[in-house]
Design a protein around this ligand. Structure first.
Ligand SMILES: NC(=O)c1ccc[n+]([C@@H]2O[C@H](COP(=O)([O-])OP(=O)(O)OC[C@H]3O[C@@H](n4cnc5c(N)ncnc54)[C@H](OP(=O)(O)O)[C@@H]3O)[C@@H](O)[C@H]2O)c1
Length: 287
């Protein structure tokens, strides 16, 4: 009865959670949602479901890509919750990923779980994703909607894309550089998901972001310091928009998100501030 199902288990956070859970003896069952259906009985008697699957958001947002980003999350979550409804012994808890994209573009406003939703494509995607996940509550499943910030990890594409120019001394501001980035170290993201499974006080929206969001230019400078390089070359907003299309809103958009819910429940972040988190990630990997 202790099995944890993970969708998107082959992804960056999924791999990390699968390995952490296996290391403490929790049986883990990966479940791919790529086929658009779930075999009958697959969720029968499962203890917890961690739902991470979704078409990667990075890359150029062509109409086909946009459709895949939305459909994989909205329809994938619907199929997952329908499979829970069909089970006679339902999971106790569903921890379902969402993203700080929920809040849209908000300048310097401090955002907590109580803040209103923003506007734009990602916000619409997160709304549809969370709405489907929330349906599981009516089945008696405790639902935690975990609004992830940019996950910083050695193997995260986002982090590697920051690290290479920084090592070359080219990691300057993106656009004005004044936009707030809400980030989280992968250690804290994984611990927060596991805490949300174990601790019954976690329910509803939970921001998975470090207590210290930072302006992009300050993140670039902190990274420059930890790799001992200057942060020189700016990337103008128009060039990023041309290069990345819709995805540039992720890099140029400003979201100053605070993990109010996790902090009120006493969650202790191992990496609350950006410079310490970056220093940890550029250090040689522990054996
Ligand atoms: N990484 C971040 O910085 C970040 C920030 C905010 C939110 N999030 C969200 O958190 C979740 C996990 O993040 P991650 O970085 O671990 O993601 P990831 O590395 O991109 O992995 C996502 C996984 O979803 C599955 N998948 C991919 N395309 C799919 C499709 N079209 N239909 C169905 N399943 C598909 C794949 O798993 P299988 O092949 O095993 O099915 C893939 O490994 C994602 O939903 C992501 O949007 C991540």
């Amino acid at each position: 009865m202790t099995t944890t199902v993970i969708t998107g288990a082959s992804g960056m956070l999924g791999r990390r959670l699968a390995s952490d859970l296996a290391s403490v003896g929790t049986p883990v069952r990966p479940l791919s949602l790529r086929t658009g259906s779930i075999a009958p009985g697959l969720l029968e008697g499962v203890d917890a479901v961690i739902h991470l699957a979704g078409e990667p958001v990075a890359g150029r947002w062509t109409p086909t890509k946009r459709a895949a980003i939305l459909a994989s999350r909205r329809d994938g979550t619907r199929v997952l919750v329908d499979a829970m409804a069909a089970a006679s012994a339902r999971p106790r808890v569903l921890v379902s990923a969402s993203a700080v994209g929920y809040y849209g573009e908000r300048g310097d406003e401090v955002l907590t779980e109580r803040s209103a939703r923003g506007a734009g494509f990602l916000s619409d995607v997160c709304q549809a994703w969370e709405e489907q996940a929330a349906r599981a509550a009516a089945l008696g499943v405790r639902v935690v909607r975990i609004r992830l910030g940019v996950i910083l990890a050695r193997d995260a594409i986002a982090f590697r894309r920051l690290l290479l120019p920084a090592r070359l001394g080219l990691g300057g501001p993106l656009g004005s550089g004044r936009q707030w980035w809400s980030w989280i170290h992968v250690d804290d993201a994984a611990t927060l998901v596991r805490t949300a499974i174990a601790d019954q006080r976690y329910e509803g929206a939970v921001n998975a972001t470090a207590p210290g969001p930072a302006r992009q230019i300050d993140i670039a400078r902190a990274l420059g310091r930890v790799v001992h390089r200057p942060t020189l070359l700016p990337a103008p907003a128009f060039a990023l928009r041309g290069l990345l299309g819709g995805f540039s809103v992720e890099l140029l958009g400003s979201r100053r998100v605070i993990p109010a819910q996790a902090e009120s429940l006493g969650f202790r972040f191992a990496h609350p501030e950006i410079e310490g988190a970056l220093a940890d990630l550029v250090a040689p990997a522990p054996r």
